[in-house]
Design a protein around this ligand. Sequence first.
Ligand SMILES: CC(C)(COP(=O)(O)OP(=O)(O)OC[C@H]1O[C@@H](n2cnc3c(N)ncnc32)[C@H](O)[C@@H]1OP(=O)(O)O)[C@@H](O)C(=O)NCCC(=O)NCCS
Length: 171
Amino acid sequence: MVNPASPKISLAPRTTAESRSDMTEIVLPNDTNPLRKLLGGRLMHWIDMAGALAAHRHARAYVVTASVDHLDFFVSCRVGDVVVLRSQVNRAFNTSMEVGVKVFVEDYIEHTVRHVSSAYLTFVAVDAEGKRQRVPPIVPETPDDQRRYEDAARRRSIREAERDLQKQARG
Ligand SMILES: CC(C)(COP(=O)(O)OP(=O)(O)OC[C@H]1O[C@@H](n2cnc3c(N)ncnc32)[C@H](O)[C@@H]1OP(=O)(O)O)[C@@H](O)C(=O)NCCC(=O)NCCS
């Protein structure tokens, strides 16, 4: 199927695996606070980049970040740690996609891996003029992908209800 707004972009369904991305960073002194622990803001930036990577791979278009659901930081990362950010599109809607990003820290001396953070982000596909673009449907393949696909629809309803409440509050 061809995207009517952007004929060069195919709307043929793509699998979750096609969007899956890994991004690896080493924590350098400039990424840390005075305690030599990774800055939360730096990690948020990396999460945004890792999420965009998966969204780009699925949409094959420019994307903008529409929202980030809440973020928890379970453990801290120190200078020299290796941070791995694993991302994938959980579900594609019309012009938007929910992307899940899971962050791990590897201690390559002690050979341990710990879960640092998880986040859900929504990206919207746009063209070079910033006009929204339809995105292809996603095909979840594994039972985990299927579960994330179903959960993403529930989270979207919650986000929409929250947005409606915020609109009402703004008047
Ligand atoms: C995100 C953006 C494109 C949405 O455009 P809009 O015209 O306000 O959006 P609409 O209400 O018509 O919704 C368009 C789509 O975005 C989704 N969306 C909009 N706001 C959203 C939010 N806060 N969270 C999740 N999804 C959102 C809608 O669900 C809809 O999805 P669908 O097409 O898959 O059904 C627009 O607000 C924007 O450009 N924001 C700035 C993005 C940016 O610069 N990001 C970088 C951070 S500074």
